[in-house]
Design a protein around this ligand. Sequence first.
Ligand SMILES: O=P(O)(O)OC[C@@]1(O)O[C@H](CO)[C@@H](O)[C@@H]1O
Length: 412
Amino acid sequence: MGDRVPRTVGGRAGADSGPAAGARPPVITSDEPGSFARGVLADRHPALVQQVRAAFPYGRREHEALDALLDEITDGAVRPLAPEDHDHADWAAWGRTCFGRSWFEVPFLWAESYFYRRLLGAVGYFGSLGEGPWRGVDPFAPFKRAELRGDAVEEELRALDALADAPAAERATALLHASLWGNRADLGFRVSAPERAAAEDVVSALVADDSASLWRLLPVGGPSTVAVVADNAGRELIPDLVLIDHLLAHRHARRVVLHVKPYPYYVSDAMTADVVDCLRRLTEAPGEAGRIGGRLWRAMGTGDLEVRTHPFFCAPLPYEEMPDDLRGEFAGATLTVLKGDLNYRRLVGDRPWDATTPFAARTAYFPGAVAALRTLKSDVVVGLERTALDTLEHSGAAWRTSGTHALIQVRA
Ligand SMILES: O=P(O)(O)OC[C@@]1(O)O[C@H](CO)[C@@H](O)[C@@H]1O
């Protein structure tokens, strides 16, 4: 995959070199008992292996590979890819400091990313030597499909009818919030924490809200191109697409580029096939949802909406290390909107920052204006006011990881 993805930075995944490394706290690892990161590796990943195994009539070879992966991620040391794997050279560089060590000791973000790569390998997603019956079969597709057909999506689509005649500003705010909170519907998040998923009933709160700056960057009738870096398919991508339709239809953007993953990742992350499934779901719906679907379908045809992908989106690296072609892409956008928790961790760096570190300082390297829309599902957060932080810390709630809180942060 990776001539366009930096390889030379592999060492940094495990070390702390690089520009302005001096003042940075160390990257998060998963070795601290009771930590969020440890729970993901110790509970979520093994549970996911079993869910994927149960979702397909895999053959003996795939079952054996899944058994081996399960052993490795629970008790073993991180093993490299086979030399014949198409992306062996990339991962050899990125994992230089990680192979042979415990999965729990290496950087959390690297371990998660590599786990998904290995899971795909175990179920034959990349085929062997370009062949193989399971090549290209998304192991997470059954979960994504079930969600798209579920009652929650049905209800959310129906709710669009009530919004159709709302004043533009009210509609804009509602759709921005729908896209933001759609990020809570993350299937990976539900694998080992159904009680957290039930937190949907909990009163939710924004810990930072720069939405006024976001709209200021996109005046009606301007020549804006908006890049949206998608996160999850289904219940998140549908409101993302509805928001994109609003940006185009109300002339906040002349063009939108939607960036998706090149292969299945973090369970429910969106790929091109998921965009197509969501567009179909919209176009087949009655009322306003169907009209939105029709407009988006046509926008794809005219180029007003374009879907793109890049290998970097599945690389275990922070955005600070993005390759030049992607940097150029984002530099050409009026605003880049990064959806979700993982994109946030990659944007600000997967480190236990002081939460009052300014968002603008952490994202100063980003080529152009950037907005993060994210529900909080991991420990990393920056850009909070001291008083807000103190209130959250004193609340006793798991506000950083439970998905009950969210943020809209913008660096113009
Ligand atoms: O990027 P997303 O879909 O919002 O969240 C990804 C996520 O579920 O995965 C990680 C744990 O596996 C956490 O960072 C986060 O909770």
